[in-house]
Design a protein around this ligand. Structure first.
Ligand code: ADP
Ligand code: MG
Length: 463
């Protein structure tokens, strides 16, 4: 019985949903991308279907789609995530207007075609806002920040620099800042692993691998974001391994980000993992309240200067938002935007109880944490099979993750101890108590354990 239940919940089905207000999102596109880009491109995107984890967006032509995908996709996804955290993918559908073939482009688009020399070049844009100057230092990112700066001063001394940490903690921001710092005097390539794959596949299809290799190997600073994406993709790993080696051979600086340390990368060749950890690995932890408050204040100043308006959030409200937002900085900024939007629309200075209400709405659509989910995330995190984690075997590599999962089940769900015991292959509630005690003690004494618990929590809250 239990087992069947498991399997059912394990198969993740995307359900159609309607929670997004597309007009509101369009407004945020306009703010983020600026009027010019908005008017020529983003305004024409429509929402066709919304699922719990992805969106289908409508665009007028194929050309239009390629343009958007090659230049704005990551940012669009980041933006819509502010409205719905569970989204992780966007698909496009071409809606042909008046039955015109999609190749027939409008005049204003034709003028833009000449700008596309190479979609890779177009994508390799750094965001001027994600600079060191705009990156706030805190306890959780101190080391990552200082080595990111050092890399800029001494190219190739720390090679590769590998920045890791959970989602929304500032990895892309730091990588982008390094790119900005170095771009004037170096040939900087900045790309996400996902884009790297997109070009890789495109080049294979077009039988154009030579160009691909050439293009990526000529950079003197190669920055690749979210390398965990290569998990399980053998041929991509192969290609990346060669790119990596040839860049290292010619002394290029490589900077990499990922959601975990190299050795924990799942389904990645060992030789690649060892290359990735061959330089310096730095990580970013969850922010504390102090850093979160500083970021909120900085964001408020940015918005005030950008929109020439004053935003009235008092210290108490700022602290409240900072301590209430528990997952990551991206979410924190999303919540802040909601609060500001609310105060704009209602033209009022917000107090704590308004904020409570807004935050409640903001958080309510996400995060129903179940024992099943905890078990899945924990077993994935520690790279062991779920069945093994639940088995009766007592070896340390299985017992610890099992205890972590029990501990989190106690802390993050409302299940009772006996119920939790039952969900772990019918164990006794005293076993659960023992697990909770052990992990509580370890997470106080052992930094590694503390960090693991935090990362798993943020994975759970993010999903
Ligand atoms: P990641 O790549 O780790 O998922 P991002 O770099 O995209 O996270 O960061 C998420 C958001 O939080 C971005 O808007 C980024 O500018 C902001 N952010 C993260 N850390 C900081 C920081 N220390 N100071 C200012 N903004 C930050
Ligand atoms: Mg990122």
């Amino acid at each position: 019985m239990e087992k069947n239940n498991f399997q059912k919940q394990n198969t993740y089905v995307s359900e159609e949903e309607k929670t997004l207000n597309w007009e509101e999102i369009q407004k945020s596109f306009k703010n983020t991308f600026g009027t010019e880009i908005y008017n020529s491109w983003l305004q024409k995107i429509s929402l066709i279907k919304e699922y719990n984890d992805f969106l289908i967006l409508g665009v007028p032509t194929r050309f239009f789609r390629d343009w958007i995908v090659s230049r704005y996709l990551d940012k669009i996804l980041e933006e819509v995530k502010n409205f719905k955290l569970s989204l992780n993918r966007i698909e496009f559908k071409i809606i042909e207007e008046n039955n015109q073939p999609s190749e027939v482009l409008k005049l204003n688009e034709i003028s833009k075609i000449t700008e596309i020399k190479d979609s890779i070049v177009n994508y390799n844009r750094l965001n001027p806002n994600l600079s060191f100057a705009n990156f706030i230092q805190g306890k959780s990112n101190d080391i990552a920040l200082s080595y990111s700066k050092k890399v800029c001063e001494h190219l190739s001394r720390y090679n590769p620099l590998y920045v890791c940490g959970g989602v929304g903690l500032g990895k892309t921001h730091l990588l982008n800042a390094i790119g900005l710092e170095l771009q004037n005097e170096n040939n900087v390539m900045f790309i996400s692993a996902e884009r790297f794959m997109y070009h890789f596949i495109k080049s294979i299809k077009k039988n154009d691998m030579l160009n691909f290799k050439d293009f990526f190997r000529k950079s003197s600073v190669f920055i690749i974001d979210d390398i965990q994406f290569i998990s399980g993709k053998e041929s991509l790993q192969e290609e990346f391994f060669h790119t990596f080696n040839s860049l290292m051979d010619k002394g290029s600086q490589i900077i990499i980000s990922a959601d975990r340390v190299p050795m924990k990368l799942d389904r990645v060749q060992d030789r690649l993992k060892s290359r990735l950890s061959g330089g310096l690995v730095v990580d970013i932890d969850l922010p504390d309240v102090d850093l979160k408050s500083k970021i909120i204040k900085k964001k408020i100043l940015e918005i005030e200067s950008q929109f020439k308006e004053s935003i009235n959030l008092n210290e108490e409200v700022i602290n409240f938002i900072a301590s209430e937002s528990k997952t990551n900085i991206r979410e924190l900024i999303g919540v802040l935007n909601r609060v500001i939007a609310f105060s704009r629309v209602n033209n009022k200075i917000l107090n704590i109880s308004d904020c409570k209400k807004i935050l409640k709405d903001a958080f309510s659509q996400t995060k129903v944490i179940t024992v099943d989910k905890i078990q899945n995330v924990v077993s994935n995190f520690f790279n062991i099979a779920l069945s093994e984690m639940l088995s009766q075997r007592r070896s340390r590599p299985l017992a610890r993750p099992r205890q972590v999962a029990m501990y989190l089940a106690k802390k993050m769900t409302t299940r009772s101890l006996p119920e939790i015991g039952r969900r772990f292959a019918n164990r006794d509630h005293t076993t659960v108590i023992h697990a909770v005690k052990t992990i509580t003690r370890l997470s106080e004494q052992d930094d590694e354990m503390k960090k693991n618990i935090n990362q798993i929590k943020s994975l759970l809250l993010e999903q």
